[in-house]
Design a protein around this ligand. Structure first.
Ligand code: SF4
Ligand code: SF4
Length: 526
């Protein structure tokens, strides 16, 4: 596989700690290796595109900002889209987080930061090498939108979408609109326009049972007075205001992130305030100011329009796959899949994955007794290879910890420790996984076999897990993990599981630091 490596100095944030030119020199056998002062500049992106074409690259590794940064910032997301448009599959774009998880936390130990950065790049390379291309589905988007919450914000979003020619379902569990007299008087004309519109359907006293599908092509199942209806929609906008109980109901249907106050959390409170982590689902944040409400409604509606006005939506499906050679048709994966994505194809007696439902959480991979399941985005071979690479860190007598971090909460939590200036021992070595549900005994045993002194798992807190039960299922497995460690003569105290929130800046580093000290006291260094 031809892989290009691009290192970002991040305007000096990385390069003042890590010698990137020296690091680039260690990858001289790759077809393309470059160091940029800032990867987000158009000349950097253009250079990557030229390299992809001239070197026929089928994989790209970017070493610099966290992969989480790429999900939560428009400029970063733009690079991904450009690389994909140049012909590299999304699953073959890897990230080595040498800023938040090497340069920042080890700013006073450039030797340690360099050694760690090298391993993080090797891990990212391995991920690209082991990753298959994601399956691509192309379809015309449905120009119908569910606006959930009959609030003034909901009315504003509906008005913008109706006037753009879309069909809108305005849905609420309550019998009456949540619009005050004052709001009504301020927007009487708009509300009159909306209510009389032929493309609006108001569904009050309606609960939402399920949403399946992907951005541009969802099916929303609703229930009104015991009558179920399936609504084909291309996008959803949540405008439930500050009703935290309603938001909690919606969260468990849409798998969204909420903050400590029970409000929906956007991907970025500064620059992407109406975008959620789930593609195709948008939100209007709570604000008291009518002007802000209107601005947020504009933003949410524009986000929807930017997707649904396209002729085609191209979706790369991050599914779990079934190895038909190994599947015995036992049905265990059906019981463990919260999303009803697994079923048995009776004609073949094999497991089948519904790509419209699969969330790629990995619970089926962990539970399959024959090893027939795998995740396309975090293949098992990659995870084992990554553990082996990280185990090579020269810890010089300090305990060496593998920090397994779920993508949703654990990983960003450790990032925030770095961005907020915290330092922690460099022999705490991070490895992202899709969800706590994917962590199994094999990964833990592999870590100890390869020489780690401790394994710490950073997972979502129970009520924050975007895969709903991934965090709880991991807790259920904890006793099994410990029992197996004891049976191998390994002190089960060398495994620790902590609940993290992506916004708690210090917790991941504090927990790992405390575990590091405990391991030191246990004198477990192997
Ligand atoms: S758990 Fe594994 S072996 Fe059993 S049906 Fe599912 S994929 Fe097949
Ligand atoms: S990866 Fe998760 S959602 Fe997909 S089939 Fe497996 S358990 Fe279900």
């Amino acid at each position: 596989m031809n892989i290009g490596l691009y290192l970002s100095e991040s305007n000096g944030e990385v390069s003042q700690v890590i010698d990137l030119n020296k690091l680039a020199g260690e990858y001289g056998d790759l077809p393309a290796v470059k160091v940029f002062d800032n990867i987000f500049k158009s000349r950097s992106i253009n250079q990557i595109k030229v390299d992809i074409a001239s070197n026929k690259l089928d994989g790209v590794v970017i070493a610099g900002e966290s992969p989480h940064y790429y999900k939560t910032n428009r400029e970063a997301d733009f690079i991904i889209k450009e690389i994909e448009a140049s012909g590299v599959n999304l699953n073959r774009i890897g990230f080595a987080n040498i800023r938040e998880q090497a340069a920042f936390p080890h700013k006073n130990d450039s030797g340690a930061a360099y050694a760690k950065a090298k391993l993080l790049i090797d891990v990212a390379m391995e991920k690209v090498r082991h990753s298959q291309q994601l399956e691509t589905i192309e379809f015309p988007p449905k120009r119908k939108v569910a606006v959930v919450g009959v609030t003034i914000e909901g009315a504003m979003v509906a008005e913008r979408l109706l006037s753009h020619g879309y069909r809108v379902y305005l849905i609420d569990k309550e019998p009456k609109a949540r619009i005050s007299e004052e709001e009504m008087s301020q927007l009487r004309t708009s509300i009159g326009y909306i209510l009389g519109h032929k493309n609006l359907k108001v569904l009050s006293e309606t609960t939402i049972d399920e949403l399946i599908g992907h951005e541009g092509d969802f099916v929303l199942t609703v229930d009104k007075n015991g009558q179920t209806e399936q609504l084909p929609v291309g996008a959803v906008v949540i405008t439930a205001g500050d009703d935290s109980s309603y938001i909690n109901d919606l969260r468990s249907v849409f798998y969204l992130d909420v903050d400590e106050n029970g409000s929906l959390r956007p991907v970025n409170r500064d620059t992407m305030v109406t975008t959620t982590l789930r593609h195709g689902i948008f939100m209007v944040p709570v604000t008291g100011e009518l002007g802000f409400k209107a601005a947020y409604a504009d933003s949410a509606a524009l986000n929807v329009i930017s997707i649904l006005d396209a002729d085609e939506v191209i979706f790369e499906v991050p599914v779990s796959q079934v190895n038909e050679r190994l599947c015995g048709g036992c049905g265990t994966c059906i019981k463990t899949c919260m999303f009803k994505a697994s079923s048995i194809d009776e004609s073949k007696r094999l497991a089948h994955v519904d790509v419209m439902r699969c969330r790629g959480c990995g619970n089926c991979v962990t539970s399959c007794p024959t090893g027939a399941r795998d995740l396309l985005t975090y293949p098992t071979k990659y995870l084992h290879a990554a553990i082996e690479i990280l185990a090579d860190y020269p810890s010089k007598g300090d305990p060496k910890l593998l920090f397994l971090l779920c993508e949703s909460c654990g990983y960003p939590s450790l990032d925030y420790a770095g961005t907020s200036g915290m330092e922690y021992p460099a022999s705490i070595l991070p490895l992202g996984v899709k969800c706590g549900a994917r962590i199994d005994t094999q990964l833990i045993l592999e870590a100890f076999a390869k020489g780690f002194d401790g394994v710490i798992i950073g997972k979502c807190k129970e009520d924050r897990c975007q895969n709903l039960v991934g965090s709880v299922d991991l807790d259920r497995r904890a006793n099994l993990f410990r029992e197996i460690l004891r049976s191998r003569g390994i002190n089960s105290e060398r495994l620790r599981i902590v609940g993290l929130d992506g916004c708690e800046s210090g917790k991941a580093a504090d927990e790992a630091g405390a575990f590091f000290k405990d391991l030191k006291a246990m004198e477990v260094v192997v």
